[in-house]
Design a protein. Sequence first.
Length: 402
Amino acid sequence: MSVLRGKHVVLGITGSIAAYKAAVLTRLLVKAGAEVQIVITPAGKEFITPITLSALSSRPVISEFFSGRDGTWNSHVDLGLWADVMLIAPATAATIGKLAHGVADNMLITTYLSMKAPVFIAPAMDLDMCAHPSTTDNLDLLALRGNFIIEPKSGELASHLVGKGRMEEPEAIIAALEDYFSTGLDYQGRRVLLTAGPTHEPIDPVRFIGNHSTGRMGIALANEFARRGAEVTLILGPSSLRPREEVRVIPVTTAEEMLSQAEEVVGEVDLAIFAAAVADYRPRYAHSEKLKREGQEELEISLVRNPDIAATLGSWKRPDQYFVGFALESGVGVEEAKRKMRQKNFDAIVLNSLQDPGAGFACETNKVTLFDREGGIEAYELKSKEAVARDIVDFIARRLGL
């Protein structure tokens, strides 16, 4: 029996040629036992008829705010309260932009803005639109707000060009929904500490020593733990990204600030995940005035070692706590990751290598291998960092027997 049985699904359909797949998607949802309410944009009706969709869902299809001239209207607020999940498939670039920026000019967008349930978005568009910074930035923003992005696939598109932009197949979308509902709130009542992002070690009021970390991986982990019921505290270095609203964020700048804040929290948590890219060294002196280059052909900066946050807190770890570290290596790094796990008293460690294209800093994707102290090893293919976060949280849940 599918975990979708009895679930209320709002299916949003937009103006894409991939709208034909919405018929199959509707049929699969109904077959799984879900109740499906379709909301379609005016452009969507140019690609697939409401009659077809209504026959498949056994419900009238909603498109307009007002259903007639008798004063009746469709309540997006009621739909937001009724739904267990909202799925927008296909989602065009225009709709994605409206979702990201709250342009509530049709029934689908207002329903999204009223939605209390999780939202899954399956983009569909031509390859250039899919790769455009406007689209990728909007999808990043939606993901950071806690929406689930079902990545489009590469293949032949409606333009007959070949590239990324095909909407994921209906069977895979159903599998993503089933995976979500089968997970549940397995971390309910657990308290989790995460460190994420870079640290900036000041040279003067303008310059600093840092690295290319954006904090995306740690934020994705914070979002996943929070989604699954945990009480999450995220100590976040300088980053333009932000997690879900329910995550408690403590912003910091330097390694010493991050350690100080972590020391105050770590004794209260059940799990600690050290995903921050902490600068190993800092300038011995931080100048109070901006350094001038006039008259100086060379500039020497004396560096001192920063505290090792993970090792320091690892030495405090109680038997009832579970600590996980990260190891970013320029080589394969398996033995180095295992050494760090033992030295820093981690229960598990996440290894990723800069040799793997698409892994590491400033990427939307990551490729990781997980190790635990009992010799367990799990390696994963290249995935979005949100998907990697789910793998890591699942890995920990299995070790904790959740």
